[in-house]
Design a protein around this ligand. Structure first.
Ligand SMILES: [Zn+2]
Length: 122
């Protein structure tokens, strides 16, 4: 169920950063900022909790958080140096964290398909 999804629980904890609809600028109920692999929830939680402490204008929020080529992508409505630094930190972590379970992993490529998976999920 959506209510039990840790990504959804995290989004509800930080609605100003994770639940804003990029088109309307209003709170959405199925944010694009929650479509990342479950194994990366801790990374996103760390990113968002740090991001929430940066003094940025109200209109700054995450427009999309997802996986691409085996690592994390996080896009924001505006670019801020401090925020971009936190995102880079999270992307680096995602390349060493299993997208299925969150354990230590490595980025690998199979037939142009990229994934960051632990030995158990590879
Ligand atoms: Zn794993």
């Amino acid at each position: 169920m959506l209510e039990d999804d840790p990504r959804w629980i995290l989004a509800k904890k930080y609605p100003n950063l994770l639940m804003v609809n990029p088109v309307t600028g209003k709170m959405g109920d199925y944010p694009l900022s929650s479509q990342y692999p479950l194994g990366w929830v801790k990374i996103i939680e760390d990113l968002v909790s740090k991001a929430s402490l940066i003094p940025v204008p109200e209109q700054v929020f995450f427009t999309q958080i997802k996986e691409k080529f085996g690592t994390l992508r996080a896009y924001t409505s505006y670019s801020y140096k401090e925020l971009d630094f936190l995102i880079k930190e999270a992307v680096d972590k995602s390349s060493q964290t299993c997208e299925d379970c969150g354990k230590s992993a490595r980025l690998s490529e199979k037939d142009t398909w990229y994934a960051t998976l632990c030995a158990e999920h590879e």
